[in-house]
Design a protein around this ligand. Structure first.
Ligand SMILES: Cc1ncc(C[n+]2csc(CCOP(=O)(O)OP(=O)(O)O)c2C)c(N)n1
Length: 576
């Protein structure tokens, strides 16, 4: 038996548990695991030199495959560079199996190279941190390695899904001899754990039935969630039966439902108190993760419902509207189907609910109309370009939205019900600008769909190592909104008016994307005047054999002014 046989067998175990995507970062200490994964016939392995980018690429792969991705690095600071992606995976509930190779314990803090304290390095941002034994001779050690990896994988699958960390100390020599037989054991123990099922109890069903008829201003609000056709179908049934207004911003992936309220951020920011009063729910039902709209948060905090039911299968409960009264640990389809099975309100109450729903729909229609009439403006700005790109997206594509204005612009514009083939992704777990390119690259590498990323310049250049690898990604196109700084700090109240704004908040930067395109052999499209818009965006939306970058350079103040004008126009619609 090879000395590292129990380590080589980890790859076989991962494969038998259905894990077939591994992201490997270079180094020597991790060699036993690098060989184990890269030689495995069923595991797709890719290598990336920048661990920070690699972590986000693994995140994108796991999100796309809906299965944990394996992530491996060598010892030392390499492990710390995974941290931003690990935190995003934790809060976005994306499963990752992270292996960090380590020195044997006696060499930690002994002036040995590439050695830091790796045990539990990711703190609270992993579901659990495991430590492998460092000697393999005793069969109990071999049993422990198998058990720990089984347990870690099972844990990553359990709701809420998320990253798990396995620190693996390896003693030298790390490489097999030339003539050493390399194989995987044929008898590998697989330990399956069934996912906990979260169902409504008899008692909960009784409470829902009893309380349901007491409310006739019921509002549904969806947070970030993956596209799921069965959820859409269930919600459509629910809406048509009970006339429930459904608020879902762009990351809720509910745009395929015709009557979704998608512009709440626009109208709730400008509506009069009188209108807002009429929109106040008495029962609020929420599901999914975070919402983008700050105006929605402010509205629901101020116009608080009498009851607020939140539905999630498991995990820490977030209460962003500060008024949750009941948490139902259930799948959302089961919950909505149960509500669908309830008998109707008496007709008078039913009419009140219909009227309530109409009020929300009237505001939605008004905002949509104002938005349509608003374009084109005299000057070309980011909001208009985002609108044009969104309207030209290929039918079946993934739309990736970087933090911070990109995701907000897309939310203001919204996707239509006709665009139901589009799936929306954004790193809203931590809302970092550090891995937006890499996450989109991870998606593009692991699917055959068209992927379009919309990003600001800081997020784009911050994560330029996303493209520093040897894997072609012709199915990724990137729109770079280059206002030479973080325009968000101009737009939000507060920093814009300070004398420190440009240097310390907006942080002017001079780069443009042309040179990056030359370096990575991407096609570069420059949008520098209105006459080019239609043709360039048409070109941008067509996929062939090269990655395309479309850059739109513009002035931050102009973008801010346009944005303010739109808000004023919406406000005016409430004055007439
Ligand atoms: C890793 C990280 N560092 C800092 C921030 C704070 N931050 C939020 S938005 C932003 C500026 C983003 O600029 P850009 O990508 O050009 O987008 P724009 O604001 O122009 O839309 C910064 C620095 C962050 N979100 N993540």
């Amino acid at each position: 038996m090879a000395r590292f046989q129990p380590i080589y067998d980890i790859a076989e175990l991962c494969s038998r548990k259905g894990l077939n995507q591994a992201v490997l970062c270079p180094g020597s200490r991790c060699a036993p695991l690098t060989l184990a994964f890269s030689r495995h016939p069923q595991i797709v392995t890719r290598t990336f030199s920048d661990e920070r980018s690699a972590g986000f690429i693994a995140l994108g792969i796991a999100q796309q495959k809906k299965s944990p991705a394996i992530l491996l690095c060598t010892s030392g600071s390499a492990a710390y560079n995974f941290a931003p992606a690990v935190a995003e995976a934790f809060f976005s509930e994306t499963p990752l199996i992270i292996f960090t190779a380590d020195r044997p314990a006696e060499w930690i803090a002994q002036h040995d190279g590439q050695t830091i304290f790796q045990s539990g390095i990711f703190g609270k941002h992993v579901k659990r941190s495991f430590e492998l034994p460092q000697e393999y001779e005793h069969e109990d050690s071999q049993w422990a390695i198998n058990r720990i990896v089984n347990e870690a994988i099972n844990l990553s699958f359990q709701e809420p899904k998320g990253p798990v960390h396995i620190n693996a100390p390896f003693r030298e020599p790390l490489y097999p001899k030339q003539d050493e037989l390399f194989q995987y054991s044929s008898t590998i123990r697989v330990m399956d754990e069934f996912p906990t099922s979260y169902s409504l109890t008899h008692e909960q069903k009784g409470i829902i039935t009893e309380e349901w008829n007491r409310h006739n201003h019921v509002l549904l609000v969806a947070g970030q969630q993956d596209y799921d056709k069965t959820v859409l179908d269930s919600l459509e049934r629910l809406q048509s039966r009970h006339s429930l207004p459904l608020v879902g911003d762009v990351i809720s992936n509910l745009h395929g439902i015709e009557d979704t309220i998608r512009h709440s951020d626009l109208f709730l920011g400008q509506a009069t108190d009188e209108i807002k009063h009429t929109l106040q729910p008495d029962l609020l039902i929420t599901f999914g993760k975070s919402t983008i709209s700050k105006n929605l948060k402010l509205f629901l905090r101020k116009y608080s419902p009498k009851a607020h039911w939140h539905i999630q299968s498991a995990g820490t409960v977030a209460d962003p509207f500060q008024n949750i009264t009941k948490v139902f640990n259930s799948g959302i389809i089961e919950f909505f189907d149960f509500i669908n099975s309830l008998s109707d309100h008496p007709s008078f109450e039913n009419q009140k609910q219909k009227n309530f729903c109409n009020l929300w729909e009237v505001e939605e229609r008004k905002a949509t109309r104002t938005l349509t009439d608003f374009f084109p403006q005299e000057s070309l700005t980011e909001l208009e370009i985002v609108r044009e790109v969104i309207q030209s997206l290929p039918e079946q594509s993934n739309l990736h939205l970087a933090n911070s204005m990109s995701v907000r612009y897309a939310n203001f514009i919204g996707l239509t019900a006709r665009q139901k083939g589009i799936q929306v992704y954004a790193n809203r777990g931590t809302s970092g600008i550090d891995g937006c390119n890499s996450t989109a690259v991870g998606h593009a590498l692991s699917n055959k769909r068209f992927n379009i990323l919309i990003t600001g310049d800081l997020a784009f250049f911050y994560d330029r190592n996303a493209f520093w690898n040897n894997y072609p990604i012709p199915n990724l196109h990137v729109l770079v909104l280059n206002n030479h700084g973080g325009i968000i700090f101009k737009i939000i109240d507060g920093p814009g008016a300070l004398p420190e704004a440009d240097e310390f908040f907006i942080t002017d930067q001079k780069l443009n994307a042309r040179k990056l395109c030359e370096e990575f052999d991407f096609e570069y499209l420059l949008l520098d005047n209105r006459k080019k818009v239609k043709n360039l965006i048409k070109d941008f939306a067509e996929f062939n054999d090269r990655t395309k970058i479309l850059e739109f350079e513009s002035d931050g103040s102009l973008n801010k002014a346009t944005f303010e004008n739109l808000k004023k126009l919406i406000k005016k619609s409430y004055e007439s």
